[in-house]
Design a protein around this ligand. Structure first.
Ligand code: UGA
Length: 447
């Protein structure tokens, strides 16, 4: 009989995973503790902006005309426990308030709510990003608290999806990593992922700690690449070099590669910043903090870029206070093709300038609602052109395609001064200069 799958937590990770499992042909039940989310999902609406996700969801959610009906949602743990053979835990693990460590309370409470309902053989699969050692602890908890005892097994299966590409990354993962303790668990997971495995996704079987570490080390490596190139950008600025050319040139060495070497205002979002901090905190607890002290530097190089952008803006405005200066900010999300503003470098820069007296007007293609609720005191405009109207300086802080397609001549008519600062090294400098703009970008030669 075909496996039945449940997905606990319906954020980016869970909503995408649930829809993808239905797409792969399984019967799926998703659970969340937030009633509004469940109501939306039942109507086939996605609680966030993620390209392609709503279509995928609507193809499978029961009750939607023309759907396969393979995907249902519930808030009832007993129903979930009864239904599933394999339970994926996809809840978030944010940074703990006032600390570097990660907050495990959502994972812990998901496992505690599920355990009493595991009456027969079941596999619980953790997908959340957790401190190494968690799987070991949670497996012991399950064996003790599930009526099925040792038949309620645990596996760890980290997720590598990127926001903006969540559907593609989930349906066609570049690797599948599973931390398992039994052949039965491995066999079940091979069954779940049979389609991508057939398509050629590598399937890597590990123990628990390795699976947990793969995730945090992958994100740490990505963060390191970005901070490395941003450190080079600082040197380019000090010497008159061009970091974009430098990145291209070192990137031709395929041991280095060109990806994740775009200098600018740095990384943000709900993953990279909190993951490297939680990793450092965990290493400290394990007595291995020296191994990860370099991540402290990666974090501070990253945070420094936001301040550098503020200073570059100040310089371009004549070096004095921001009072009375109108600043247009293009971009609010932490990256394009997402409406996520968590720890967004763009909003951070906008906020700093605003708090220093600048009159900031922000426009973002998808992140306006989230930005407004996080930073209600900033000014907001309905289009890039409106944001730029009357501005003394324009900051390009999230590299949406829409911004690359703007007409610099048209914007030039609207702006008070033709000064643009590219915080993402993504605009066509020549096109802007031809339209009479003074163009500056981080780590590149000036105007
Ligand atoms: C990241 C990882 O890339 C995923 O593999 C992982 O699954 C996910 O975290 C997670 O842990 O859930 P994501 O947070 O969606 O994915 O964002 P990234 O695409 O990694 O970008 C992170 C930040 O780095 C963005 O603010 C982006 O603007 C910045 N970035 C990226 C740069 O500043 N330069 C670059 O060259 C690349």
């Amino acid at each position: 009989m075909a496996l039945k799958i449940t997905v606990i937590g319906t954020g980016y990770l869970g909503a995408t995973h649930a829809a993808a499992m239905a797409e792969l042909g399984f019967e799926v039940m998703g659970l969340d503790v937030v009633p509004e989310k469940i109501d939306k999902l039942r109507r086939g609406e996605v609680p966030m902006y993620e390209p392609g996700l709503e279509e995928l969801l609507r193809r499978h959610v029961a009750g939607i005309e023309g759907s396969t009906g393979r995907l249902r949602f519930t808030m009832d743990w007993a129903e979930l426990g009864e239904f599933g053979d394999v339970h994926f835990v996809c809840v978030n693990t944010p940074q703990r308030h006032g600390e570097y460590a990660c907050d495990m309370s959502y994972v812990d409470s998901a496992i505690a709510s599920l355990a009493p309902h595991l009456k027969g053989p079941a596999l619980v699969v953790g997908k959340s990003t957790v401190p190494v050692g968690s799987a070991d602890r949670l497996a012991a908890y399950l064996a003790e608290h599930a009526p099925a005892g040792a038949d309620a097994e645990l596996a760890w299966n980290p997720e590598f999806l990127r926001e903006g590409f969540a559907v593609q990354d989930t349906l066609h993962p570049d690797r599948i990593v599973v931390g398992v303790r039994s052949e039965r668990s491995e066999k079940l997971l091979r069954e779940v992922y049979a389609t991508p495995i057939e398509e050629g996704s590598p399937f890597v079987v590990t123990d628990f700690p390795t699976a947990e570490l793969v995730k945090t080390s992958a994100n740490s490596f990505l963060a390191t690449k970005i901070s490395f190139i941003n450190a080079m950008a600082e040197l380019c600025e000090a010497t008159g070099g061009d970091v974009a050319k430098l990145a291209e040139a070192i990137g031709y060495d395929d041991r280095i590669g060109r990806k994740f070497l775009r200098a600018g205002i740095g990384f943000g979002g709900g993953c990279l910043p909190k993951d490297i901090r939680a990793f450092m905190a965990r290493a400290g607890e394990l007595g291995a903090d020296q191994a990860l002290t370099f991540l402290r530097e990666i974090d501070s190089i990253n945070m420094r870029q936001r301040g550098r952008m503020v200073e570059l803006t100040r310089q371009e405005l004549g070096g004095g206070p921001f009072l009375g200066k109108r600043v247009a900010v293009l971009g609010a999300t932490f990256k394009p093709d997402s409406d996520d503003v968590r720890d967004s470098p763009a909003l951070n820069v906008a906020g700093q300038i605003h708090l220093q007296g600048g009159q900031v007007t922000v426009y973002d293609p998808k992140g306006m609602d989230n930005a407004r609720s996080l930073f209600p005191t900033l000014g907001y405009a309905d289009s890039a052109l409106e944001a730029v109207r009357g501005a003394h300086v324009v900051l390009h802080l999230t590299e949406w395609r829409e911004f690359r397609e703007l007409d610099p001549a048209e914007l030039g008519e609207a702006a008070a001064e033709r000064v643009v600062l590219d915080g993402r090294n993504a605009l066509d400098a020549e096109a802007w200069r031809r339209a009479g703009w003074r163009f500056r970008a981080m780590g590149r030669p000036g105007a």
